[in-house]
Design a protein around this ligand. Structure first.
Ligand code: ADP
Ligand code: ADP
Ligand code: ZN
Ligand code: ZN
Length: 751
C-alpha cells in the first residue's frame, strides 16, 4: 500500500442496506462530517460499515472463549476496509445504571474527589473508600447509600388547619371518636377543639412524634396503664420500619397513600456515613461539593491551597473544565445518570474520552448537536477539534450547519432516501459544498424566514408558580390552537417545564418522543400502524382463506426460521453468522402462503415494498390514509416489513407521529422532533405540525432548530442561562417580536 493511502481509512464497495457499492476515503486525524437527507445511508456507512468492522476486528483479538460472551458482529457487506484504527462510538443511548451511577462516578471525578478528602480533609478519617456511598465503609447505614427512604407523607397524614374534633388526623383508624382517636385525646391531654396550627411546638411534638411511654388512663372509672406514642411515630413503627409487605393486602392498600419516598433523615440525602460527612475541606463536606453545580464547584476546588493536594486538585479541575467547556456547567456531580437527556448523556461520554490518553482512535459521533442551543454549538466544535488535535480521527453524522462548517472534510450522501439514495453526491470542503448542486448544498444557502401571519390562540393553558428543579416560580400561559415552540439554552428548564410540570397536569396530551417503539423483534411499520390488519383481511378475502395465514407470528410463518427470515448459525471456531433462512429465502412465510396473491403480489412482496411503492399499489381507503401519514412525516423510503428495531430515534418519533396524525382537539407535545432530520426534511415536518394545528389541535414543541423557531405562532424562551442561572421565562411572543427582545439569546440567532 502506498504511503498516501496510509493517511486515509479506505472503504471499497460498501453495500450495507441501501448503499450502492460505495467507495470512499476518510482522511485520518481530521474531522469528517457525514450529512444528507434522512434515510440516505449515512448510518449505513458510518455505523453499519465502519463501526461494525472496527468492533469485529477488536473482538478478534480475544480468545474464542471470551468471544462467546461478546455480541455477535457480522462482517459488513463490503469489499474491503483498510487502515481502520480502533473505533469508539459516542452515541445518544441514555446512560442507565440506577441510583448508584452518577455524573461524578461516570466521569471518574468522584473517585478523585474522595482521594482529595482522604488526604487533606479535616479531621482525617481514613481511606478514600470511606467517602464512597457505594462502599459499605462509607455508605449511610440508615439508607444503604441510596439517600432516600420511605417515610410518612405528613401533608397527607395530618391537616394542621383542623382540630382533633374536626378530624385533623387523616390516617386510617383515627376517625373522630374511634378507639385510636380517644387514646390520643386522653393521652395528651389535648384540647380537642384547638386547631393543630395553634398548638405549641411542644404539644405538636407530643402529639405526632413522642416515643412510646406508659400512661395511666381512666376507662369507665377504672385506671389502666396504657402504652402511647406520637401518631406519626406509631405509624412509622408499624408500617415503615417493619416491611409493609408482610401485612395483609387490604392494609397495604389502606396505608400506601400515606407513605412516600423522601430524603433519608440520617444523611439528608447525602448518602454517606456521619463520619464521612463530618470531614471537611475549607468548611465543606464531600456531599456539599457534589451537590454544587460544576460551574461553582470548579471555583471552590481551585481555592484549595495545600501542597499535598496540588496534583489532585489539578486533575479534578481539568476534568471539571471539560464539563464547563461542553456546556454542562449546570449539572451537579451527584446527579443520577439515568435522569440525563440523550444529548447530555452523549456530552458526558465525550468528556470521559477527553480526559483519557488514547491516541489514534477513530471517534464516531451521532448528531452530537442534539439538545444544544445555537449559542453553545461552538463549544461542541472546540471539543471535536481538541479530540482531532490529540491525533484522533473524528467522524460525525450531523445536520447542523454550524457543525458542518467546521469539518475538514464533508461527505454528502444522497441524492434522496432509501433506494433513491445510497450514493455519495459530494465529497470535499465546506466552500465546495456551498457550490454543490445537492440538497445539502442548496439548503445551506437559504436564509431564515420569520413567520409574520401568526395564528390567534383559541384559549390558554396556565402554569402557576412552578418550582420543580431550577424553575423559579414560573407562571406562564400556553396558548391553545396554535404552534408554540419552547426554546432556550440547555439546562434552562424547558423539559422540566413541559415534560414534567405541564404533562403532570395534562396527562391526556399525546407525547411524541424518541423512545423506541415496538415490543418484539417482529414489529415493523405495517404492524405498528395497523396496516397489517387491513392487508391480511384483503389477502384473505381475495383468496377466500383464513386471514391468520398471513401473519408471520402464527400459522403462516416459515417453520424453519419461525417467521424471522434469518437463522443464526454458530460455527465452532468462527464468528457466528446471520444467514437468510434457506427454506423461505428470507420471505418469512410458508410456500403455500406465498402462492396467494393480491393484485399479483404475494404477502412477502407487499412487505418488501417501501411506503412510496405501497401508496401506488393499494387503493384501500384505510391503508392509503395510514401510508399517506407515513409519507407525510418523511418515511417514504422505509419498507413495510423493516424491523422497528432498525429504526433510529428520529424515525421512531416520526412513525409515532404518523399513527397519531388523525386526532382532533388534542394537545401534542414533541421533544426535539428535528433530531435526525436533514434541513430539507424540516419543511415536511413543519407542514405536518401546521396541519395538526389547522385541524384544531394544540402543538407544543421543545426545539433549538432555528427553522422551526422562526415558524412558530408563539415562542416561550427559557433562560437566561442553564441550571440555577436559568429557570425563568425570558420572552413570550411572536418570532417578529423576539428579535427585538433584549434578554433573549435565542432572538439574536434569528436575526
Ligand atoms: P441515514 O443514516 O442517512 O438516515 P440509514 O443508513 O439509516 O440512513 O438508512 C438507509 C436506508 O437503509 C434506509 O432506507 C433505511 O430504511 C434502510 N435501513 C437501515 N437499516 C436497515 C436494516 N437494519 N435493515 C433494512 N434496512 C435498513
Ligand atoms: P432543558 O430541557 O432546558 O435542557 P432541564 O429541564 O432538563 O433543561 O433542566 C433544568 C435544570 O433542572 C437543570 O439544572 C437540570 O440539571 C435540572 N434537572 C433536570 N432534570 C433533573 C432531575 N431529574 N433531577 C435533578 N435535577 C434535574
Ligand atoms: Zn441515609
Ligand atoms: Zn424461513
Amino acid at each position: 500500500m502506498s504511503e498516501l493511502n496510509q493517511q486515509y481509512i479506505v472503504i471499497s464497495g460498501a453495500r450495507e442496506n441501501n448503499l450502492k457499492n460505495v467507495s470512499l476515503r476518510i482522511p485520518k486525524r481530521r474531522i469528517t462530517i457525514f450529512t444528507g437527507v434522512s434515510g440516505s445511508g449515512k448510518s449505513s456507512i458510518v455505523f453499519d460499515t465502519i463501526a461494525a468492522e472496527s468492533t469485529r476486528l477488536l473482538n478478534e483479538n480475544f480468545s474464542m472463549f471470551v468471544r462467546n460472551f461478546l455480541p455477535r458482529v457480522p462482517q459488513p457487506d463490503t469489499d474491503a476496509i483498510e487502515n481502520l484504527s480502533m473505533a469508539v462510538i459516542v452515541d445518544q443511548k441514555r446512560l442507565g445504571g440506577g441510583s448508584h451511577s452518577t455524573m461524578g462516578t461516570i466521569t471518574d471525578i468522584s473517585p478523585i474527589l474522595r482521594l482529595l478528602f482522604s488526604r487533606v480533609g479535616q479531621p482525617f478519617i481514613g481511606q478514600a473508600n470511606m467517602f464512597s456511598f457505594n462502599d459499605p465503609q462509607g455508605m449511610c447505614p440508615e439508607c444503604n447509600g441510596i439517600g432516600r427512604k420511605l417515610g410518612v407523607d405528613t401533608g397527607k397524614a395530618v391537616d394542621l388547619s383542623k382540630s382533633l374534633n374536626e378530624g385533623a388526623i387523616m390516617l386510617p383508624d383515627y376517625s373522630v371518636n374511634s378507639w385510636e382517636w380517644n387514646m390520643v385525646v386522653q393521652a395528651g391531654p389535648f384540647d380537642p377543639d384547638k386547631k393543630l396550627s395553634d398548638y405549641s411546638e411542644d404539644e405538636l411534638e407530643q402529639l405526632l412524634f413522642a416515643k412510646a411511654r406508659k400512661v395511666q388512663m381512666d376507662f369507665a372509672g377504672k385506671a389502666m396503664n396504657i402504652t402511647v406514642e406520637g401518631v406519626l411515630e406509631k405509624f412509622t413503627n408499624k408500617y415503615i420500619k417493619q416491611d409493609v409487605k408482610t401485612k395483609s393486602e387490604r392494609t397495604q392498600r389502606a396505608v400506601a397513600p400515606y407513605i412516600s419516598e423522601g430524603p433519608c433523615s440520617s444523611c439528608r440525602g447525602a448518602r454517606l456515613s456521619q463520619a464521612a460527612l463530618g470531614c471537611r475541606i475549607n468548611g465543606l463536606n464531600i456531599a456539599e461539593l457534589s451537590s454544587m453545580e460544576v460551574g461553582q464547584l470548579i471555583r471552590v476546588i481551585r481555592e484549595i491551597d495545600d501542597p499535598v493536594a496540588a496534583p489532585i486538585v489539578k486533575s479534578i479541575t481539568e476534568r471539571l473544565e471539560h464539563l464547563v467547556d461542553i456546556g454542562l456547567d449546570y449539572l451537579t456531580l451527584d446527579r443520577e445518570t439515568d435522569t440525563l437527556s440523550g444529548g447530555e448523556s452523549q456530552r458526558v461520554k465525550m468528556v470521559k474520552h477527553l480526559s483519557g490518553s488514547l491516541v489514534d482512535v477513530t471517534y464516531i459521533f451521532d448528531e452530537p448537536s442534539v439538545g444544544l442551543h445555537p449559542r453553545d454549538v461552538h463549544r461542541l466544535n472546540e471539543l471535536l477539534q481538541k479530540l482531532r488535535d490529540k491525533g484522533n480521527t473524528v467522524i460525525v453524522v450531523e445536520h447542523d450547519p454550524d457543525v458542518i462548517k467546521l469539518a475538514d472534510h464533508i461527505v454528502d450522501v444522497g441524492p434522496h432516501a432509501g433506494s433513491r439514495g445510497g450514493s455519495i453526491v459530494y465529497e470535499g470542503s465546506f466552500q465546495g459544498l456551498l457550490e454543490a448542486d445537492t440538497l445539502t448544498g442548496t439548503h445551506m444557502k437559504r436564509s431564515l424566514q420569520l413567520k409574520r401571519d401568526c395564528r390567534q390562540p383559541s384559549g390558554k393553558l396556565s402554569i402557576k408558580d412552578a418550582t420543580l428543579h431550577n424553575l423559579q416560580n414560573v407562571s406562564v400561559d400556553i396558548p391553545t390552537g396554535v404552534l408554540t415552540v419552547v426554546t432556550g439554552v440547555a439546562g434552562s428548564g424547558k423539559s422540566t417545564l413541559i415534560n414534567e410540570v405541564f404533562l403532570g397536569r395534562h396527562p391526556d396530551a399525546i407525547v411524541i418522543d424518541q423512545s423506541a417503539v415496538g415490543v418484539s423483534t417482529r414489529s415493523n411499520p405495517a404492524t405498528y400502524t395497523g396496516i397489517m390488519d387491513d392487508v391480511r383481511k384483503a389477502f384473505a378475502s381475495a383468496n377466500k382463506v383464513n386471514q391468520g395465514l398471513f401473519s408471520f407470528n402464527s400459522k403462516g410463518a416459515c417453520e424453519n426460521c419461525q417467521g424471522l427470515g434469518v437463522v443464526y448459525t454458530d460455527l465452532a471456531f468462527l464468528e457466528s453468522v446471520k444467514l437468510p433462512c434457506e427454506v423461505c429465502g428470507g420471505r418469512r412465510f410458508k410456500e403455500e402462503v406465498l402462492s396467494y396473491k393480491l393484485n399479483g403480489k404475494s404477502i412477502a412482496e407487499v412487505l418488501e415494498m417501501t411506503v412510496e411503492q405501497a401508496l401506488d399499489f393499494f387503493q384501500l381507503k384505510e391503508v392509503v390514509r395510514k401510508l399517506q401519514a407515513m409519507s407525510d412525516v418523511g418515511l417514504n423510503y422505509v419498507t413495510l416489513g423493516q424491523p422497528l428495531s432498525t429504526l433510529s430515534g428520529g424515525e421512531c418519533q416520526r412513525i409515532k407521529l404518523a399513527s397519531e396524525l388523525h386526532k382532533k382537539g388534542s394537545i401534542y407535545v414533541m421533544d426535539e422532533p428535528t433530531t435526525g432530520l436533514h434541513m430539507s426534511d424540516i419543511g415536511h415536518l413543519l407542514a405536518i405540525m401546521n396541519r395538526l394545528v389547522d385541524a384544531g389541535n394544540t402543538v407544543i414543541v421543545i426545539e433549538h432548530n432555528l427553522d422551526v423557531i422562526s415558524q412558530a405562532d408563539w415562542i416561550i424562551d427559557m433562560g437566561p442561562d442553564g441550571g440555577s442561572r436559568g429557570g425563568q421565562v425570558v420572552f413570550e411572543g411572536t418570532p417578529a417580536q423576539i428579535i427585538d427582545a433584549e434578554h433573549s439569546i435565542t432572538g439574536k440567532y434569528l436575526m
